[in-house]
Write a protein that binds this ligand. Structure first.
Ligand code: GLC
Length: 474
């Protein structure tokens, strides 16, 4: 079986969030299970030169963008056994930053069209194209409208994976013809609420729609979570599947991670204390092994639950003997809030407003408790990293957080969970964790159980394979 994985970011080349982690690890996991999987992504300027140096030019073609044709260079590179194709067009991709440009609709319509146009030139005729998020959402639409009956393109199945339903690729009607190149009669496929909506098009046209956890697959049928796509998803529920993400357990391993000052594992956890002391020092906090250290590593945006944190953080740190560490960038109101807290309570709060994956590893390894109170969380990877590095997650029961963290109240489970999106419910869960930490023996057992949770790709990669096989049979 051959799968072409079309995506707008992939680690280690370039990433802005969890999508890059998934695209950097799922294809290798599929290949381990003897599934041919190659990845296609844009050749951004921001990809480090050392990776560009290893790319081989294959050929160049032109790709239709509505009534125009644009240059498309095809490059190839192999990393950890996976073949990657890079789509080159300097006008679209030689820019700072990967998203957020005024013409993103055109940039990703071009990219989506290129994913299909390169197929005759890459010596890899896929059985399945798995697209991801709005940036590649037009692939299933183009395929069903223009390619399905074209010679050399027959019998390809398309899968569309939703990593976050909030970002849909919504534009005005003018984008339909002049940018995306569709006819007026195609409008009903793409239109939703009076906008051209790329994600809606994919939900209509893909053979299967997946999202990144079983709970989120249910949640997005509900208007509270679906940002206007609940009714179309409910109509197409028969093709919706929730498959939990996994993490790359080789590069994210506390026993080998080069970013850490010392290494440890579930069997030999002693050096976690070294990581904790070193993190306390790095953040300018008192080096004290007995004070529980609570970490947050996240984009500082509202849906990650920071309004709850803002509401009760001061109450928490003034009534409990704790330290709090924060790493992330995002909305100004949260950045300022955390900086103010750090200035007011320098012995209790350490803050780094930055995006730094090495420090993120040290935060997972050096903290005891990991707070993730998201309002919505399609899957969430940070709680899986935290578990693996022995930091006990405190989470709200939503999306992938519900599917990966079970409350340890009954001497089972791997974390602390609260249900309602409410600041004092969160505070109560945090307090249960902090008091749990006082029982050293019980905590060691909980931590071992957490570290032994298997969040590698194994089971989920098999679920993708089962889905692909069922589609091919149809
Ligand atoms: C998005 C989601 C996150 C998920 C990631 C990878 O970033 O917000 O929950 O883990 O995609 O699928």
């Amino acid at each position: 079986m051959k799968v072409l994985y079309a995506v707008s970011e992939a680690k280690p080349f370039i990433a802005s969030g969890g999508l890059g982690d998934v695209a950097g690890s799922l294809p290798a996991a599929l290949r381990l299970r003897l599934i041919g999987c190659r990845v296609v992504l844009p050749l951004y300027d921001g990809i480090p030169q050392k990776y560009k140096d290893n790319m081989k030019f294959i050929t160049h073609i032109t790709v239709p963008v509505s009534w125009r044709r644009q240059y498309c260079g095809i490059f190839e590179s192999k990393l950890n056994g996976v073949i990657y194709y890079f789509i080159d067009n300097q006008y679209y991709f030689k820019r700072q930053g990967i998203y957020g440009h005024y013409d993103d609709a055109e940039r990703f319509a071009f990219f989506s069209r290129a994913v299909l146009e390169i197929i005759p030139y890459i010596d890899f005729k896929p059985d399945v194209i798995n697209c991801n998020d709005w940036q590649t959402a037009l692939v299933p639409v183009y395929y069903s409208r223009y390619y399905a009956t074209r010679e050399g393109f027959e019998n390809i199945k398309t899968v569309f994976t939703i990593h976050n339903i909030q970002y849909q690729g919504k534009y005005g009607h003018e984008v339909l013809g002049d940018v995306a190149g569709f006819a007026e009669e195609d409008a009903p496929l793409l239109e939703n609420d009076g906008c051209v909506n790329f994600m809606k098009g994919a939900i209509e046209c893909a053979n299967a729609v997946t999202t990144v956890s079983p709970t989120y697959a249910n949640e997005i049928l509900d208007p509270w979570y679906a940002f206007g796509l609940d009714s179309i998803l409910s109509e197409r529920k028969w093709k919706l599947h929730g498959i939990l993400n996994g993490i790359d357990t080789v590069t994210n391993d506390p026993a080998a991670d080069p970013a850490l000052p010392a290494h440890f594992s579930a069997e030999e956890p002693e050096n976690k204390a070294v990581c904790k002391a070193s993190l306390q020092k790095e953040l300018g906090l008192p080096e004290n092994p007995d004070v529980p250290l609570v970490a947050m590593v996240s984009r500082l945006v509202a849906h990650k639950g920071f309004d709850l944190v803002k509401c009760v953080l001061e109450e928490f740190i003034t009534t409990e003997n704790v330290q709090v560490a924060v790493l992330g960038t995002g909305e100004w109101q949260y950045e300022t809030f955390f900086n103010e807290m750090a200035a007011k309570y320098p012995d209790k709060v350490g803050v780094r407003i930055a995006f730094n994956s090495e420090l993120a590893s040290r935060m997972y390894a050096g903290s005891d408790i990991f707070l993730m109170p998201s309002k919505s969380e399609p899957c969430g990877l940070a709680q899986m990293f935290a578990l693996r590095y022995g930091s006990i997650p405190v989470v709200r029961a939503t999306g992938g957080l519900r599917d990966t963290v079970q409350d340890s109240g009954m001497n089972e489970g791997n974390g602390f969970v609260f249900e309602d999106y409410n600041a004092h419910d969160m505070l109560h869960a945090l307090r249960r964790a902090v008091h749990g930490y006082e029982d050293k023996e019980g905590w060691a057992i909980l931590r071992k159980r957490a570290m032994e949770c298997d969040n590698s790709w194994g089971k989920s990669a098999n679920e993708y394979i089962r889905l692909y096989k069922n589609l091919i049979k149809q």
